[in-house]
Design a protein around this ligand. Structure first.
Ligand code: SIN
Ligand code: FE
Length: 290
């Protein structure tokens, strides 16, 4: 059975309480909620932003909805304002959508960064650790989540109609079990050192340390990449999807022009915490991790 659950919603606003209950339960069990009829509409005057030439050194432009700051781009003046306007509109739409689709999370859902990804994925060269065409779960080296869930909303806005081609992995529990023996608890005190050196913006908990290792172990293991349970899925241009990317293995194989908004959710706000990476790793390690 596919992990990608197709939903009929065609509007960014509007509540359906019945659909919301089952959507939340499916999402927490590791589904990708896929909205094939929910396009994010780009305006005509935003055309000039649709080029990889707007990127500075990084592979994405980033947006902080709290401050309005846009990073990762060479754009200036009115062009930069246009990119900021696009990202603001998407960020607000994504926030509205998760409130409607996942109403039980309510005010616990924290809005983090958004990004616009204008680079072609296929054939892009990077180190194995940064190579998102390898199956992985998300973990942030500089911004510890301290046990919170990572929920991401994606919209494929490719103007030429090209899909975003993903591979989607299997059960988090199976992946965690496979790599658990090689996931080492950090030395006591190491979190303080990393924070003091400003490697991390806040304390890297044992949970964050284990998730970073899991991200790396998955990406560097060629046998795992080739043989683990997985499915290929093409998200069409004009579609939207969301998933817990800390739980659901994913790899982006091809595609260009995508919007993404990240949300952080305390596990306490979930309907059922037991399938969360935090609780799974705590069971496997036999100790609290935050
Ligand atoms: C990722 O989160 O690993 C990449 C997803 C994408 O850009 O499609
Ligand atoms: Fe990722």
């Amino acid at each position: 059975m596919s992990r990608v659950l197709s939903l009929s919603r065609s509007s960014w606003t509007g509540t359906d309480a019945e659909a919301a209950r089952s959507a939340t339960a499916s999402l927490e069990r590791g589904a990708v909620l896929f909205f094939p009829h929910l396009p994010f509409v780009v305006n005509q005057d935003e055309d000039e932003i649709f080029s990889p030439a707007i990127l500075s050194s990084s592979k994405n432009t980033s947006f902080d909805p709290a401050t309005g700051r846009v990073g990762g781009t060479t754009l200036e003046g009115p062009s930069l304002d246009r990119l900021r306007t696009l990202l603001t509109r998407f960020s607000d739409a994504a926030q509205g959508l998760v409130r409607e689709v996942l109403p039980g999370y309510g005010p616990h859902m924290q809005r983090a960064r958004a990004s616009f990804r204008p680079a072609q994925i296929a054939g892009r060269h990077s180190s194995w650790r940064k190579d998102d065409s390898r199956l992985h779960v998300d973990a942030f080296p500089a911004s510890p989540v301290q046990g919170r869930r990572i929920l991401r909303v994606f919209a494929n806005v490719n103007p030429a109609g090209a899909p975003r081609a993903w591979r989607v992995g299997g059960e988090f529990l199976d992946v965690a079990r496979r790599f658990e023996p090689s996931l080492k608890l950090p030395f006591p005190g190491s979190a303080l050192v990393l924070a003091a050196l400003r490697v991390t913006k806040s304390r890297r908990t044992p949970y964050d340390a284990l998730m970073l290792q899991l991200h790396d172990r998955m990406k560097e293991d060629a046998a795992f990449q080739a043989s683990t349970e997985q499915e290929s899925f093409d998200f069409p241009s004009g579609s939207t999807w969301m998933t817990f990317t800390d739980q659901v293995g994913h790899a982006a194989m091809a595609g260009q022009y995508q919007l993404e908004q990240t949300f952080l959710l305390p596990v306490k706000a979930m309907k059922d915490e037991t399938a969360s990476p935090l609780r799974v790793l705590e069971r496997l390690k036999g100790r609290p991790l935050v």
